[in-house]
Design a protein around this ligand. Structure first.
Ligand code: NDP
Length: 252
């Protein structure tokens, strides 16, 4: 065991939902650790800034358009990433959406849109990736809602709890293929997904009271855990869901 086992030099990674927020931070973090990175979102135009930041680390950036709700698009996107990078060692299953709604008012369209993106999309991207990977690591972005009941977030919480089940089952099924499957459970991070909550000072105070470290997460807080779980330093770790939440889950 040496510190070089934390390096991602010469690894080929795909990050979904890399146009902004957590996905972009992780994509740039993998690049800083030496990986070439394919970055995906629905619109190519939104990926230019992330691609430029990745290039600055002296590694390859491959922006590609992919809508994870369409299985054919998942397969095409993974295939394109693999072709352009010359292989695939790491998948970050990050693309996700949320829309709060009282459960008595949820319509089928909302349920399907959230589940199709966060759970079905994650599965079919993982499946396409595992078909071309010869070992490596998959990291799924789960949530505090994977572990706790959060009102008005039932489709989202169901998708993220399902993603934990998927993480564990795939970890067991694909261990013989040399593919490790783990998850991160971020706490509270200010992004476009969560921006509306942060505009409410009362919400901020109530949430901070639940965070033992007494601050919200910064996107960079997720990079170390992501690089570690995708690196050889974590070579005996699979099926794990790691909270990165300032102690929130430990406390509630
Ligand atoms: P953002 O809304 O900032 O970013 C979401 C990303 O997902 C964007 O790049 C978006 O790109 C992409 N995306 C959305 N729908 C699709 C789709 N159908 N196909 C492909 N890409 C898509 O969210 P966050 O960065 O906050 O969240 C990232 C992940 O982290 C999500 O899975 C979220 O559930 C999870 N998470 C976030 C937390 C937080 O506090 N922010 C806490 C816990 C988990 P585009 O719209 O351009 O396609």
């Amino acid at each position: 065991m040496s510190l070089t086992s934390f390096s991602l030099a010469n690894r080929k990674a795909l990050v979904t939902g890399a146009s902004r927020g957590i996905g972009r931070a992780i994509a740039e973090g993998l690049a800083s650790a030496g990986a070439d990175v394919a970055i995906a979102a629905r619109s190519l135009d939104d990926l230019h800034d992330c691609a430029a930041a990745i290039h600055d680390f002296g590694v390859k950036a491959c922006p590609l358009a992919m809508d994870v709700t369409a299985v054919a698009d998942c397969r095409r996107g993974v295939s394109e990433a693999c072709d352009r990078l010359g292989g695939l060692d790491i998948l970050i299953n990050n693309a996700g959406i949320e829309q709060v709604c009282a459960s008595l008012d949820i319509e089928e369209e909302l349920w399907d849109r959230i589940l199709d993106t966060n759970l079905k999309g994650a599965f079919f991207v993982a499946q396409a990736a595992a078909r071309v990977m010869t070992g490596g690591a998959i990291l799924n972005l789960c949530s505090l809602t994977s572990e706790r009941g959060i009102p008005t977030a039932v489709p989202y919480g169901s998708s993220k709890t399902g993603l934990v089940g998927m993480t564990r089952a795939l970890a067991v099924e694909w261990a013989p293929l040399g593919i490790r499957v783990n998850a991160l459970e971020p706490g509270y991070f200010r992004t476009r997904l969560t921006e509306a909550f942060y505009e409410n000072p009362a919400w901020q105070s109530a949430m901070l009271a639940n965070i033992p470290m007494q601050r919200f997460g910064e996107l960079d807080d997720l990079v170390g855990a992501s690089v570690f779980l995708c690196s050889d330093a974590a070579r005996y770790i699979t099926g794990v869901c790691l909270p990165v939440d300032g102690g929130t889950l430990a406390a509630i």
